[in-house]
Ligand binder design. Structure first.
Ligand code: PGA
Length: 344
């Protein structure tokens, strides 16, 4: 080890020389993702590769190292001791490379560079458009967007995978973060258009608790927010179905499988007169916000800092869009603004 840090000698150690000749950065990257996600399939998805390619890369890396990196435990894969050590080495290496890349990007200004954004699923209805507008200003910046649920966003943040994150609720206790509230995310109760409660005013949560209900999968922020709303009234929803996608929930609502709490953004394209209707409910919309988040202490690239400022400026555009779908929100938005002011 001492040899590797001794910069008076420029001969690499026998092992590192061997690995440099026999392993590639791409193989190490594939290994790192499999380790982090605990699955070859999910790694292939994240890297936009086929599963045979992923397996082949790991096979070659295993041969170069001369020890197995993963073992199968039932249907799961577990890293071996060599795998754990390699993962630590990869993390250090990739962190240095990514810091280096960031410095080089900063030297090039905003003409070049990359922004990796990861967002919770409700934000997928807004993030691509925001990125599109950003890209008009900075066409040379390469953009990557990952959409996943709250739990995996927190995991990605732990592993420092992306530049910035958009979440519906800032992590508390799980991780120390820097966060900026930047756009409204009102939650509404959705029902099929022909449901008897659609014509009613001031529907109570007690009435909803009698109806079949659809919730998101464990790990979803929307699921937590929904249960919190019921808990606050000492109620439990009558869960008929659990679904891992907002779009699938919309279709399930239309199919008459139940009602659900969702972000107003999810019906942005079809509007409020589409096949899913917003119920006029007591205590709704639940006024939530999205936050731009990143781990405390993380050094942001110039591109990420610029995007962060851009997102904060973007709030008024999103607010206007929300008001145009649901004009009654105007009153709530101005109330929130007043509260924000008095807080200061
Ligand atoms: P989810 O998060 O995708 O984890 O449900 C949505 C949100 O918190 O707004």
């Amino acid at each position: 080890m001492a040899k590797a840090t001794d910069n008076t000698s420029n001969a690499p150690t026998a092992t590192s020389d061997y690995l440099i000749r026999h392993a590639t950065l791409r193989q190490l990257q594939v290994f790192e993702v499999i380790y982090r996600l605990g699955s070859f399939t999910r790694a292939a998805e994240e890297l936009f590769l086929t599963q045979p390619t992923v397996s082949m890369q790991v096979k070659k890396l295993t041969e170069a190292i001369g020890l197995p990196l993963f073992e199968h435990v039932g249907r799961r894969i577990e890293p071996t001791e060599a795998g754990v050590e390699l993962y630590e080495a990869c993390r250090r290496m990739f962190e240095s490379l990514s810091n280096f890349e960031m410095k080089v990007d900063d030297m090039k200004g905003l003409k070049r560079g990359r922004l990796r954004l990861a967002v919770v699923t409700t934000a997928k209805y807004m993030a691509p458009e925001m990125m599109g507008d950003f890209s008009k200003l900075y066409p040379g910046i390469e953009l990557a967007l990952k959409v996943t649920n709250r739990d995996s966003i927190i995991e990605r943040m732990h592993n420092n995978v992306d530049d910035l994150y958009i979440m519906g609720q800032v992590p508390e206790g799980e991780l120390e973060v820097q966060s900026y509230s930047f756009a409204p995310n009102p939650l509404v109760m959705l029902a099929p258009r022909d449901h008897p409660l659609v014509k009613k005013k001031n529907v109570s949560l007690e009435e909803i608790a009698k109806e079949p209900f659809i919730v998101r999968e464990p790990g979803s922020g929307m699921r937590d927010a929904t249960f919190r709303a019921f808990d606050a009234k000492d109620l439990r929803p009558k869960v008929r179905m659990e679904l891992g996608s907002n779009e699938a929930i919309k279709h399930a609502i239309v199919g008459g499988l139940g009602l659900s709490v969702m972000s107003l953004h999810t019906i942005l394209l079809e509007g409020i007169d589409g096949p899913v209707a917003i119920l006029n409910m007591e205590g709704f919309p639940i006024m939530r916000h999205w936050y731009m988040v990143y781990p405390k202490g993380k050094e942001l690239s110039l591109v990420a800092r610029t995007f962060l400022d851009f997102a904060i400026e973007y709030e008024s555009k999103i607010t206007k869009r929300m008001e145009s779908i649901l004009p009654s929100l105007k009153y709530q938005f101005s109330n929130t603004k007043k509260k924000k002011k008095t807080k200061k």
